[in-house]
Ligand binder design. Structure first.
Ligand SMILES: CC(C)(COP(=O)(O)OP(=O)(O)OC[C@H]1O[C@@H](n2cnc3c(N)ncnc32)[C@H](O)[C@@H]1OP(=O)(O)O)[C@@H](O)C(=O)NCCC(=O)NCCS
Length: 165
């Protein structure tokens, strides 16, 4: 008798608001990624400080109740114009739709809270991120010459309008 093949593994991704206990995993992912924006520990701690600038942090969790995360996105939330400050997916989880799911959820949050646009800045050479944003519908609206260091490189300003729900 032929042995039946095991069922395909299904990676359940839950997108939820980050909590304080997620910070070590968020920092670890960020540090593993050369092209991520790099923040000091105190900047991550400030995410949860009551007097902190308004930000939203979402994580892609493996399942409810665990602090294992596959990726995260952090955005600043001015009233009408939100901005992605960092988005990182674990190297072994890339190309699985995690960043897309995080940004779609961010866009839903932004729409519910009355934002009209979501913007960001990306290194010109960051092909993966640029393709991701293009696929999600972001458009290039400007360029900051020599904005990035190590190596010096232009930053591209991208933006997407948010439909009123
Ligand atoms: C950029 C990044 C967040 C993408 O995360 P991800 O979960 O792999 O993205 P998704 O699976 O949602 O990809 C969606 C689309 O983006 C594009 N894309 C993603 N990674 C790509 C790559 N390496 N090369 C080309 N296109 C890519 C593709 O169009 C992809 O759709 P497809 O897989 O159907 O072709 C991830 O590569 C990462 O963490 N990079 C390091 C951190 C970083 O640079 N962050 C951006 C700072 S601005």
């Amino acid at each position: 008798m032929r042995k039946s093949s095991p069922p395909p593994s299904i990676d359940l991704v839950l997108i939820r608001q980050a909590i304080l206990d997620d910070l070590p995993a968020i920092r670890k992912l960020e540090q593993q990624s050369a092209t991520a924006a790099h923040w000091a520990e105190r900047e991550y701690d400030a995410l949860f400080a009551p007097e902190a600038p308004r930000r939203i942090a979402l994580v892609a969790a493996n399942e409810a109740g665990t602090q294992q995360i596959q990726g995260f996105v952090i955005a600043s939330c001015a009233v009408e114009e939100w901005e992605i400050e960092n988005v990182v997916v674990a190297p072994d989880r890339r190309r699985g739709g995690v960043a897309s799911a995080l940004i779609h959820e961010l866009l839903r949050n932004a729409a519910r809270r009355g934002a009209v646009s979501l913007g960001l800045e990306v290194r010109e050479s960051n092909v993966a991120a640029r393709q991701l944003y293009e696929k999600l519908g972001f458009s290039e609206i400007g360029r900051r010459a020599g904005y990035y260091r190590d190596p010096i490189e232009d930053g591209l300003l991208l933006r997407i309008s948010i439909a009123v729900p």
